[in-house]
Design a protein around this ligand. Structure first.
Ligand SMILES: Nc1ncnc2c1ncn2[C@@H]1O[C@H](COP(=O)(O)OP(=O)(O)OP(=O)(O)O)[C@@H](O)[C@H]1O
Length: 574
């Protein structure tokens, strides 16, 4: 347990003054609440001996008010500290998640990560609420109460302890079992959110296939598992309060009998007996507080493990070998694959692949679906690492580049032309090192034929996408290309969409790509015959190997695989 309690030190680090202030307030509140029964005892004695009551009554009221004020302030400060903690934790989780390796990110899944930021964060915050204050407060109150009770009458204290013993054993057993149940609940919640997010992402397919009921049932099954686990936890939690109350009632009965006898035998005064009974009645509160505190601690610890799981995953730039930034070689090809073998989870997708992408001109990669074209782009961007061979960008092996510098040299337009759910302006300038002026943005949009279309949107460049307004597939692709134009990157990777653009825009885009290729290296995963015709160099991938490479015409004359691709319309005739 002390090992686990180290978490409280970690969580409250940097908040020493606040923790000390809270501790003082708690101490004030606890000790004044401990004084109340004593004062009541004194009041009883004063009534018995006909003494003046005013001073004592005033002291009693002041003590009550002091307890309340100190308690309220401690609770507020603690709540504030909890929120600061949750803020730091969320920022760290977001930052770390965004920098995870792609494979780890996929394995975790967006829903599971989102559950960390919501439920797990809230449960960890609960730990702050109870950890530094509730548990010590309960401990101090409990200990103080027991000491005072022992001083008042140690025989009655022994009777009390014996009566509570069984209840204490049950509480310890329940609390221990709760931890593993909370862990299962948190894992199940993560899985449930993960499945739900996945389903909403695929909602168009689900609706089009009328699969709402089937998918809904699968989610309901997951919800049912969650319900069962939560009920199991509730069943265990529900035992705590009655068991403690029962212990108290047994103790009360035993103390009344024992105390009555000691009162009659003259071993106890009435005032002491009243004080003892009041302390006994107060005993349940710190016990309940301790029990719920330890329960919350179990929840918080289970949540902490889920955060640790994320933080233990390496950042993708942890692979950087470069101490100094790579020095690009001016004369080197933009990309060089030298006998590269790579894949996912040790399953090779590309085998012994070698090719060059010159620093100027248009290079196309073609191949059947699944032949490894996108994987090649992933390797250049270091979304993935090669198992064997060497991949260089502008003359430097990719792993020697500082990751952010490598990616600043590359503009990437993915097949779906994914956009951020943000304004068009933000999407256009994403990753730009320098702020682009209005005129520059408009010029880029004009080049890809989007200026008029965006001009018709209600907020123009500041229209937010993904909500009320969105762009068509072709418009997205043109926007992504405009971003590439603005990026200033020397290497453009273009994963061509498989769906067709209309003739006008197809022609316009071809012009833009041609223009770009005059002073940039453009590597395009081509799905259209028009693109390969336009390319200076074509690389033919066949089941992860380079079948051949050369110009469109040379390949038509000599590469059977290429002719097949063209004839079988694997390359669309546009
Ligand atoms: N994230 C991934 N995890 C595991 N395997 C993957 C992953 N992405 C792709 N693959 C596998 O790698 C192989 C090559 O995929 P890749 O996307 O590179 O093909 P492609 O040539 O670009 O295909 P397409 O033309 O259909 O886009 C496929 O067999 C695919 O199943």
């Amino acid at each position: 347990m002390p090992e686990r309690l180290k978490i409280l030190r970690e969580l409250t680090r940097g908040h020493g003054i606040q923790v000390a202030l809270i501790a003082i307030l708690v101490l004030v509140s606890t000790s004044s609440s401990l004084a109340v029964p004593m004062l009541v005892g004194r009041l009883v004695a004063a009534i018995q001996s006909d003494e003046a009551l005013l001073g004592l009554t005033g002291l009693l009221i002041a003590t009550g008010l002091g307890t309340a004020a100190a308690g309220a302030l401690a609770t507020y400060l603690l709540g504030r500290m909890g929120q600061q903690l949750i803020y730091r934790l969320r920022v760290r989780t977001v930052d770390h998640s965004l920098r995870l390796r792609m494979a780890d990110l996929r394995r975790q899944g967006s829903g599971n990560l989102a559950a960390r930021l919501t439920m797990d964060a809230a449960r960890l915050k609960a730990l702050i609420d109870i950890g530094p204050v509730q548990l010590p407060m309960a401990g101090v109150t409990l200990l103080g109460t027991l000491v005072i009770m022992g001083l008042l009458d140690w025989v009655l204290l022994l009777i009390t302890l014996a009566a509570f013993a069984v209840a204490a054993v049950i509480v310890v057993v329940v609390v221990r079992r709760l931890r593993s149940t909370y862990q299962s609940v948190q894992i199940e919640v993560g899985g449930f959110v993960q499945r739900f997010v996945g389903v909403i992402d695929a909602i168009t397919v689900i609706k089009a296939n009328r699969a709402e009921a089937v998918v809904g049932e699968q989610l309901a099954e997951s919800a049912a598992r969650l319900r069962d686990l939560e009920i199991k936890a509730a069943r265990m939690e529900s035992l705590l309060v009655p068991v403690i109350n029962l212990g108290q009632q047994i103790a009360l009965a035993a103390v009344v009998i024992g105390g009555g006898a000691r009162l009659l035998s003259g071993h106890l005064t009435l005032a002491t007996f009243v004080s003892f009974l009041l302390y006994l009645l107060q005993l349940a509160a710190p016990l309940l507080m301790a029990a719920s505190g330890v329960t919350g601690l179990q929840m918080g610890l289970a949540a902490r493990e889920r955060f640790d799981e994320i933080f233990a995953l390496p950042r993708e730039d942890g692979d950087d070998l470069a101490v100094a930034a790579a020095q690009p070689v001016a004369s080197a090809p933009a990309v060089k694959f030298d006998q590269v073998t790579a894949g996912y989870d040790a399953r090779p997708v590309l085998r012994d692949v070698s090719f060059d992408v010159p620093s100027r001109g248009l290079t196309a990669v073609v191949g059947l679906s699944g032949s490894g074209k996108s994987t090649a782009l992933n390797l250049i961007l270091r979304f993935l690492s090669a198992e064997q061979g060497l991949i260089s960008v502008f003359g430097e092996p990719v792993q020697n580049w500082r990751l952010d510098r490598l990616r600043s040299e590359i503009a990437y337009v993915d097949q779906a032309a994914t956009l951020l759910p943000d304004s068009i302006r933000t999407n256009l300038t994403l990753g730009s090192d320098r702020p682009a002026g209005e005129a520059e943005l408009r010029a880029a949009l004009n080049r890809v034929g989007l200026l008029d279309e965006i001009g018709h949107l209600p907020d123009g460049l500041d229209t937010v996408l993904g909500g009320e307004f969105d762009l068509s597939g072709g418009q997205r692709q043109r926007l992504a290309l405009a971003r590439a134009l603005l990026s200033g990157s020397r290497l453009i990777l273009l994963d061509e969409p498989t769906s067709h653009l209309d003739g006008v825009n197809e022609h316009r885009l071809r012009e833009v790509v041609d223009e770009l290729a005059t002073d940039h290296a453009v590597l395009v995963v081509a799905h259209r015959l028009s693109t390969v015709r336009q390319a200076d160099h074509v690389i033919v991938l066949d089941d992860g190997r380079v079948a051949d490479q050369g110009s469109h015409h040379d390949l038509l004359n000599r590469c059977e695989r290429y002719t097949e691709l063209v004839d079988a319309q694997a390359l669309a005739h546009v």
